[in-house]
Design a protein around this ligand. Structure first.
Ligand code: FES
Length: 106
């Protein structure tokens, strides 16, 4: 098991337990976390699953693939150095990944 801590733009925090290998997006949509739309269902073609990853957890998120990098240029909210698409971030065993949801996805 691992966990993800989701912080909403208004500061509301929600922590959920994740199965190892589950994506930050899958966990959010399964549990009704607001602000992660994931319109394409994780096929890396919508960028509506954009999150800002806590700087201390970036190394746990795996490498940024070229196609994800390209898609991050299309996000509705500003792209930051800590931006990732949550469908591409998998939670590892024992990991806690902290993310902040941007103010808009569209
Ligand atoms: S869910 Fe569409 S790019 Fe992540």
């Amino acid at each position: 098991m691992g966990s993800v801590v989701y912080t909403q733009p208004d500061g509301t925090v929600r922590e959920l337990e994740a199965e190892a290998g589950q994506s930050v997006m899958q966990l959010a949509t399964k549990n009704g976390v607001r602000g992660i739309l994931a319109q394409c269902g994780g096929t890396l073609s919508c960028a509506t699953c954009h999150v800002y990853v806590d700087e201390t957890d970036l190394a746990d998120c795996g490498p940024l693939a070229d196609f994800e990098d390209d898609m991050l240029d299309t996000t509705a909210a500003d792209r930051l150095d800590c931006s990732r698409l949550s469908c591409q971030v998998k939670v590892g065993e024992g990991q806690t990944i902290r993310v902040t949801i941007p103010p808009t996805q569209l």
